[in-house]
Design a protein around this ligand. Structure first.
Ligand code: DON
Length: 564
C-alpha cells in the first residue's frame, strides 16, 4: 500500500480548516476509470484524450499532445526544443528516450566568455547563439516509430488544425506574451501574429499559418520535413541572418537516442526516471535513498524535521550534480558510484537533526576513479495501462526569443544549460564544471525528471514538472507526499513546495508555504530562508487502490486533466 500514513495529512487539512474557519477538505483530483491525460493546456489535453478514444496508445497521445502544445503553449511547447520521455508498458517493459538538444559542431568551450574570460550571460540566453540543435521532432518520430499505433499524420493533424484555425488565449498565456513582446520585436525583424497586438487580452484568438505549414511538412515527411527541406533551409537562413552557428550538417546529424533508465527502490516502490544527460533521475534517486532511513511519515508533512532532512539531502545532492553530471557521451558520469548505498550513507553521515550543515562545508563526493519560467511536463496513462511521462522545453520562456522566419516556431536557448565557465551560475543559479563544459555535438546537462513509480508489478504514479533547478526537488516532494504522507495526487500537486540547491545556501519556498512557526524552527536549526514565486507546475497521475486514476493538474498554471 502506498498510503502508508493516511491520517497525518488529513490532520494538517483539519487543523488548517479550523484555523482559517472553513471546510477542511483536501483538494481531490478528477478520477477516471481507464485513461487520463494531464498537460499544461486544456486544448492539448483534449487532443490527447481524443487520440486515446480513437484507439491510440499513450505514445500516440504523447505525439498529439506534444505538437498541440507547440501551438497553444508556445512558451514551452515546442518544435525548436527538446526533452526526455520515460515510458512503461502495462507488462512492465520500460523505454527512455533522449531527445535533448545538442551543441552545434561549431560550438566551443569558451564561446560565452569575453576576452577577459568573463561569462557573458546574455549570449547563452537570448538570440541566435543561445540555440542548440532541436530534438523534439526526432524524438516524437523515434517514439512513434517504435511504440506508436495510429498513423503519424493522424497525430500531427490536430496541431495543424489549431494553428490554421486559431485558438483563444488563456489569461496566463496573454500575460506571458505581453511580457515578451519587446523581446520578440528585438530579436525578430519581421511581422508575426504573436507580436502583432499592442497587448493581448484573454480570449483573443491567434492563428499561426506559418507554424501550420511547418507542421504539414512534419506530418507529410516526418523528420525529413524538419531536419531537411524548406524548414531546415529556413532554420539555417535564420541562423545566418543573426549570430547563429547551426548548419545543415548539424540538423542532418541530429539523432534522438534510446538509453537505459535510472531505476531504484524507495520504501518498496520502484522509481523509473531519466539518466544523463539529465541529472534528474540520478539526483532524485540519491535524494530518496538518503532520506529512506528516516521516518518521514512520523515527522509529518512540512514539519520542520521533514523539511530540514530533505533540504540537507538536497544540498549534498546538488553539490554532486555540479561536479559529476554531464553528457555521458562526453564525460564519464559515475552513476553507479553516485547511487552506491555505502556512498549515500557516508554523504549523510554528517547530517545533524539539530543543526543545518553550511553549504561551504560540503563539496561533491570524491571517487577514486572519476576519469575526469520555461519547460512543460505531461503525463498520460492509456486504457491498457501504458504510461508516458514527458518533460520538454525551450529552456526559459519562449527560448532564445528567436523565431524561425517563415516557419513560425521559436528556437531554444538550451546552450545556457551548459556551464559557460566553472563557478559561474546559469540562469537557474546552477553551478557546473568540466563535466558540463560546452563541446561540439555534446548535450547540455538537464534537470528534467520525467518519472514513473511502480508498486510491485503495478503502475503507481506518473509525474514530472518544469522549473529549472527546482524540477528535481519538486518531483522528490511529490513522491514523498504520496508515499510517506498518504496524500492524493491533486492534494500533493497543490501542496506548497520548497527547494535547496546547495548554492546559494538557502531554503527557498513559495510565499505563504510555511507557517511562521515552521520558518522560525528552521531558522533556529541554522537555515537561511527566502520566499519566491511559484515553484514548478507538476502534472501527474496516481493509480488509486481501486485501480481508478486520480489526476493532479497544477493550479499554478492553466494545467488541465481529462480522461475517461
Ligand atoms: O533542462 C533543464 O533542466 C532546463 N532547461 C529546464 C528549464 C525549465 O524548467 C524552465 N521552466 N520553468
Amino acid at each position: 500500500m502506498h498510503r502508508t500514513n493516511p491520517g497525518r495529512f488529513s490532520l494538517v487539512w483539519l487543523l488548517t480548516g479550523i484555523l482559517i474557519g472553513c471546510q477542511p477538505q483536501p483538494p481531490v483530483g478528477k478520477t477516471f476509470l481507464q485513461a487520463a491525460v494531464v498537460t499544461a493546456h486544456p486544448l492539448a489535453t483534449a487532443v490527447g484524450v481524443q487520440i486515446l478514444q480513437d484507439g491510440g496508445n499513450a505514445v500516440d497521445a504523447m505525439v498529439g499532445v506534444h505538437f498541440a502544445l507547440a501551438v497553444v503553449y508556445p512558451q514551452a511547447g515546442n518544435l525548436g526544443g527538446g526533452g526526455f520521455m520515460v515510458q512503461r508498458d502495462a507488462d512492465g517493459r520500460v523505454h527512455t528516450l533522449n531527445f535533448r538538444e545538442k551543441a552545434p559542431m561549431a560550438a566551443y568551450r569558451d564561446m560565452y566568455l569575453d576576452s577577459l574570460g568573463n561569462a557573458i550571460g546574455e549570449l547563452s540566453r537570448r538570440g541566435h547563439l543561445a540555440v542548440g540543435v532541436p530534438g523534439s521532432v526526432a524524438g516524437m518520430w523515434a517514439a512513434h516509430d517504435s511504440l506508436g499505433q495510429l498513423p503519424w499524420p493522424r497525430l500531427v493533424q490536430p496541431a495543424i488544425a489549431l494553428a490554421a484555425q486559431g485558438f483563444p488565449l488563456t489569461k496566463k498565456e496573454a500575460e506571458a506574451l505581453n511580457a515578451k513582446l519587446e523581446t520578440f520585436r528585438a530579436y525578430n525583424r519581421f511581422q508575426h501574429p504573436l507580436w502583432e497586438a499592442e497587448a493581448w487580452q484573454p480570449g483573443d484568438s491567434i492563428r499561426l499559418p506559418a507554424l501550420a505549414r511547418t507542421l504539414i511538412a512534419v506530418r507529410d515527411s516526418g523528420t525529413a520535413g524538419f531536419y531537411a527541406g524548406w524548414v531546415a533551409d529556413s532554420i539555417v537562413a535564420e541562423m545566418q541572418g543573426g549570430t547563429g552557428i547551426m548548419t545543415h550538417d548539424d540538423l542532418q546529424a541530429y539523432d534522438a537516442s534510446w538509453q537505459a533508465p535510472i531505476r531504484g527502490n524507495y520504501r518498496g516502490h520502484e522509481i523509473i526516471s531519466m539518466g544523463p544527460p539529465s541529472s534528474g533521475g540520478v539526483a532524485l534517486m540519491q535524494l530518496l535513498r538518503m532520506i529512506e532511513p528516516y521516518p518521514l511519515g512520523e515527522y509529518g508533512w512540512h514539519s520542520p524535521e521533514a523539511i530540514h532532512l530533505m533540504a540537507e539531502a538536497e544540498r549534498r545532492v546538488y553539490a554532486d550534480r555540479a561536479k559529476h553530471l554531464g553528457d555521458p557521451d562526453f564525460w564519464p558520469v559515475p552513476v553507479a558510484q553516485l547511487l552506491d548505498s555505502a556512498y549515500l550513507r557516508e554523504r549523510m553521515a554528517g547530517f545533524s537533526p539539530t543543526q543545518a550543515t553550511p553549504s561551504d562545508s560540503i563539496e561533491a563526493g570524491a571517487f577514486s576513479r572519476v576519469e575526469s519560467p520555461q519547460t512543460t511536463h505531461y503525463s498520460i496513462v492509456d486504457a491498457d495501462g501504458m504510461a508516458v511521462a514527458v518533460t520538454t522545453t525551450l529552456n526559459s520562456g519562449y527560448g532564445s526569443g528567436v523565431m524561425v522566419q517563415g516557419a513560425g516556431f521559436f528556437l531554444n536557448n538550451e546552450m545556457d544549460d551548459f556551464s559557460a565557465k566553472p563557478g559561474v551560475p546559469n540562469i537557474y543559479g546552477l553551478l557546473g564544471a568540466e563535466a558540463n563544459a560546452v563541446a561540439p555535438g555534446k548535450r547540455m546537462l538537464s534537470s528534467m525528471t520525467p518519472t514513473i513509480v511502480t508498486q510491485g508489478d503495478s503502475l503507481l504514479m506518473v509525474v514530472g514538472t518544469p522549473g529549472g533547478a527546482t524540477i528535481i526537488t519538486s518531483v522528490f516532494q511529490n513522491i514523498v507526499n504520496v508515499i510517506d504522507h498518504g496524500m492524493g495526487m491533486q492534494a500533493s500537486v497543490e501542496a506548497p513546495r520548497f527547494h535547496h540547491q546547495w548554492r546559494p545556501d538557502q531554503i527557498s519556498y513559495e510565499a505563504g508555504g510555511f507557517p511562521a512557526k515552521t520558518a522560525q524552527a528552521l531558522e533556529q536549526l541554522g537555515h537561511t530562508l527566502a520566499t519566491r514565486r511559484a515553484i514548478g507546475r507538476v502534472d501527474a497521475i496516481l493509480v488509486l487502490p481501486n485501480g481508478h486514476l486520480e489526476t493532479g493538474a497544477d493550479p499554478r498554471g492553466d494545467d488541465f486533466a481529462d480522461g475517461f
